[in-house]
Ligand binder design. Sequence first.
Ligand SMILES: CCCCC/C=C\C/C=C\C/C=C\C/C=C\CCCC(=O)SCCNC(=O)CCNC(=O)[C@H](O)C(C)(C)COP(=O)(O)OP(=O)(O)OC[C@H]1O[C@@H](n2cnc3c(N)ncnc32)[C@H](O)[C@@H]1OP(=O)(O)O
Length: 159
Amino acid sequence: MHYDQCFGCGDVESGLHMRTTVGEHMVVHSRFTVTEAHQGAPGLAHGGLLACAFDEALGSTVGNLLRKPAVTGKLETDFVRPVPVGTTLYIAARLDGVAGRKIYVSAEGRLGSADGQVAVRARALFVQVGFEHFTTHGYADALQRFRSTTRESKWDINP
Ligand SMILES: CCCCC/C=C\C/C=C\C/C=C\C/C=C\CCCC(=O)SCCNC(=O)CCNC(=O)[C@H](O)C(C)(C)COP(=O)(O)OP(=O)(O)OC[C@H]1O[C@@H](n2cnc3c(N)ncnc32)[C@H](O)[C@@H]1OP(=O)(O)O
């Protein structure tokens, strides 16, 4: 599912413009290129933006593999190495388990290539929600907004 105003994967000018693909062994791959707009210290990525990129990568993993609406309940990040401006982080994410509505996912981000040095690790708990989560707490016409920008025809938006 795709929403074109999403900061992580949408078309907003200031957004992260992330895209994901599902690879072998159900590993979900995404890439995030650090630009000058993402700086914390001079020349280095801001940790909060890296956390955002991992929220997006992990949420996309839930969406791609489970095809159920879910929101981030908890997100934990380990910043292992600095990530310089101009670097592309190669993020590989996995579904670790499902317990009722709780969905556990984790990811690691490597510098410059899929086998580069690990710079960031993240784990998250997503909680499955009904679509009313979005219409109650977000815009009342959230489903129309999701529908009008969806890229995948197989999304079961109103089962
Ligand atoms: C932004 C969403 C995008 C669209 C979503 C639609 C489809 C998704 C699929 C594909 C999408 C593709 C890409 C998405 C990419 C990126 C995603 C970004 C996602 C976000 O960026 S999203 C924004 C930030 N996110 C929030 O805005 C959540 C605010 N929050 C709440 O809305 C509630 O808090 C909620 C719903 C989380 C739970 O509330 P609730 O009342 O429904 O359920 P409850 O509290 O009973 O929790 C049930 C069980 O989860 C455990 N649990 C809950 N929270 C926990 C925590 N923090 N730590 C440890 N355990 C926790 C409980 O302990 C219990 O466990 P148990 O069953 O064992 O007792």
